[in-house]
Design a protein around this ligand. Structure first.
Ligand code: GLY
Ligand code: MN
Length: 465
């Protein structure tokens, strides 16, 4: 937990951004895995609740009355049976005091406060719920049909929270640097262990263990696969095979719940083949282009498009694409290779604030996402960059057999794609390189004091150690 003044200042700022009414910020409850007492571990608090109320215990809610300025932390104190099984924790009143909240009360008071505000016709602001227990609680209290929960969420509160959480303070950046330092250990562990004959699950498990053993957790389910062409491929029991590529996309989340997210793609045998290098070097150049062009005021959509053009140019040189580069990119032909966006916001959530609505986090009036084009419809971030934003830079080139067959059969973008050559790449897999980029006053820089090797010669040298 940060100093209490951090949370006091954040709530004061929030009160300035929301015009009137009651703000509800619900913490999470334990989430049962296969029966109530066997919950998923570790417990994960809601990020917006954490941002304003800082407390990690389950079963809490924060309420802010914008008109009076009053603030409450609500929750039930644990009883002797809880203490027997789980040990003692601070009282709700103590937890409130630790984050500078004047009032605390049992959860029953939360329900009374919400019902009273509704009966008085006061605005009640809540964020889109994403866990079913929270949805049901809000739905019952506010008399909203379950199918209308998302649209009933407060746009005013969403915009206020997005505005505040998008810009990372020095404290938050320091925490993300810590997440990157753990990410460095996770990735270099994978690099050290990769060799023919070990299973993907073995590497994935070791990588996860590094995060946990360093007091952190994984910021999302670790992706480790020789099928790099599957965007989110889970580690399987398949044995690593000489000559193939292994893609590792993983990150750490610190005790304060700030995340890292990196991807590296390694040669299982320790040395890339020439065919792999031809593609790998294009991804490196696309990745490095971001460092040259991302700065405050630049639209991340334009950075994405610059990467798509560079990738198309280079794939043309290899003979995999053809035709006019601008026309090919306008038609979305590059999405055969790069079917996702260049990156996303990262912070307390690995896809930061995605639950609040990507349209509000990654876009604005000026940069509405295009939803009618495969690839471009998967962009998560397009709006103008500002100092203090942290975004991922994660270009990739993938050879997806099913997509090759699909486009070939339909003739989609056939004027820009060499399907005969693509056929010979169906066994290639995929390559992605991902780093976390902090937008600074006049440019940008990678987070992470130690850079995880990504130039091919550096990866090969590291793996040879
Ligand atoms: N690193 C996983 C993702 O960004 O989706
Ligand atoms: Mn990512």
């Amino acid at each position: 937990m940060f100093e209490k003044s951090v949370y006091i200042e954040r709530r004061n700022e929030l009160k300035k951004l929301v015009s009137s009414g009651l703000i509800l910020l619900l913490g999470n409850n334990e989430s049962p895995n296969n029966y109530p007492n066997n919950a998923y571990t570790p417990f994960r608090q809601d990020s917006s609740f954490l941002y304003y109320f800082g407390q990690q215990r389950d079963g809490l809610a924060g309420v802010i009355d914008v008109n009076s300025g009053d603030e409450w932390l609500l929750g039930d104190d644990i009883d002797i049976e809880d203490i027997v099984w789980y040990g003692s924790v601070d009282s709700v009143a103590d937890m409130a005091a630790q984050v500078g909240v004047a009032h605390s009360a049992p959860m029953a008071r939360f329900e009374e406060m919400v019902k009273q505000a509704v009966s008085q016709g006061r605005p009640v602001h809540f964020l889109p719920p994403y866990r079913h227990d929270t949805m049901i609680k809000l739905m019952d209290l506010l008399g909203i049909h379950p199918t209308k929960q998302r649209e009933a969420a407060s746009l005013e509160l969403i915009h206020a929270v997005v505005k505040m959480r998008s810009t990372k303070s020095a404290l938050e950046i320091a925490e993300m640097e810590r997440a990157c330092a753990i990410g460095y250990e996770m990735h270099t562990t994978a690099m050290r262990l990769i060799k023919p004959g070990v299973t993907e699950k073995y590497i994935g498990g070791q990588v996860d263990g590094i995060a946990r053993s360093l007091g952190a957790q994984v910021s999302f389910g670790t992706i480790f696969s020789q099928h790099g062409e599957i965007m989110h491929g889970n580690p399987s029991m398949a044995l690593l095979e000489a000559g193939r590529l292994a893609l590792c996309d993983c990150g750490a989340e610190t005790m304060e719940n700030y995340c890292s997210d990196h991807t590296r793609t390694m040669p299982v045998s320790g040395k890339y083949t020439q065919r792999q290098l031809d593609i790998y070097n294009i991804v490196v150049d696309c990745h490095d282009l971001v460092l040259k062009v991302a700065r405050p005021g630049v639209k991340y959509f334009d950075v994405h498009m610059a990467v798509c053009r560079l990738m198309t140019e280079r794939l043309k040189e290899l003979g995999l694409m053809r035709g006019d580069v601008d026309e090919a990119v306008a038609a979305g032909a590059h999405a055969m290779f790069l079917p996702h966006g260049l990156g996303h916001m990262i912070g307390m959530d690995v896809h930061d604030m995605e639950g609040l609505g990507q349209i509000y986090v990654g876009f604005d009036e000026e940069t509405r996402p295009r939803l009618d084009q495969f690839g471009t419809n998967a962009l998560r971030m397009g709006r103008r960059l500002e100092e203090g934003f942290v975004v991922t830079d994660e270009p990739g080139i993938y050879f997806i057999p099913a997509l090759i067959d699909d486009w070939r059969a339909s003739g989609h973008c056939k004027e820009f794609l060499n399907f005969d050559m693509l056929e010979t790449y169906k066994d290639f897999g995929g390559i992605r390189i991902e780093d976390d980029v902090l937008i600074t006053a006049d440019g940008c820089r990678f987070l992470g004091e130690k850079q995880i090797p990504y130039y091919p010669q550096d990866i090969e040298a590291f793996m040879a150690q």
